[in-house]
Design a protein around this ligand. Structure first.
Ligand code: ADP
Ligand code: ZN
Length: 186
């Protein structure tokens, strides 16, 4: 099998995790062996699940860094046909050469994550992954102010916490017109 890189991107609530889960479940139906990773900024790698906001789930391995991802993946790499990563924006740019290496080894690599920061700027490493991918899907959410298609993630309130993961009620999907960037964010 030739390798392939797919990127699924867009703001929060745009259905990235749903789409990732859909693709991975279909791959499993095709008897492809799937391994899915997601970031966890405090825990060492362990088995867990990715979940969409609509409560679909798929088992995943939690890793804090790309180095941990490699340590978890390489011992089982011969048993994986499809390698997926959710919430890619929490990993550094070393995910790009790793993804290319996996594609070179014939893997189907599927990467999902935010394309823009809360300031509306490109959010590494997704923009670079989009450039080198075989296929890119950019999803929109529904603007929580006006109902238009939303490309932005709005952070609510004025917390100075750098990374707030999965914090309910702290973020909204917003269209261009309703988005108010927080200029203190990168
Ligand atoms: P993402 O991974 O992009 O954050 P998820 O796949 O976790 O998105 O969640 C998508 C689901 O979130 C939608 O199918 C819908 O049920 C729900 N949802 C909640 N708020 C919104 C919104 N503003 N726009 C679109 N979907 C929303
Ligand atoms: Zn709007």
């Amino acid at each position: 099998h030739p390798g392939r890189m797919e990127v699924i991107t867009g703001p929060m609530f745009s259905g990235k995790s749903e789409e990732l889960i859909r693709r991975l479940k279909r791959a499993q139906i095709a008897r492809r062996r799937v391994i899915c990773f997601k970031p966890d900024l405090d825990a060492r790698y362990h088995a867990t699940a990715i979940a969409s906001h609509s409560a679909q789930t798929l088992s995943a391995v939690t890793v804090a860094t790309v180095e941990e991802l490699k340590a978890a993946l390489f011992p089982v790499i011969d048993q994986a046909d499809v390698i997926a990563v959710d919430e890619v924006q929490f990993f550094d740019k070393s995910l790009i050469p790793l993804s290319l290496e996996l594609v070179r080894r014939g893997k189907r690599v599927i990467l999902a994550g935010l394309d823009m920061t809360f300031a509306g700027r490109p959010f590494p490493p997704i923009p670079d992954l989009m450039a080198v991918a075989d296929d890119v899907l950019k999803l929109s959410a529904v603007c929580m102010q006006c109902g238009a298609p939303a490309i932005h993630t709005q952070r609510l309130g004025s917390s100075q916490t750098l990374v707030m993961v999965g914090a309910g009620g702290l973020y909204e999907a917003r269209c261009r017109a309703c988005f108010q960037p927080s200029h203190d964010e990168p």
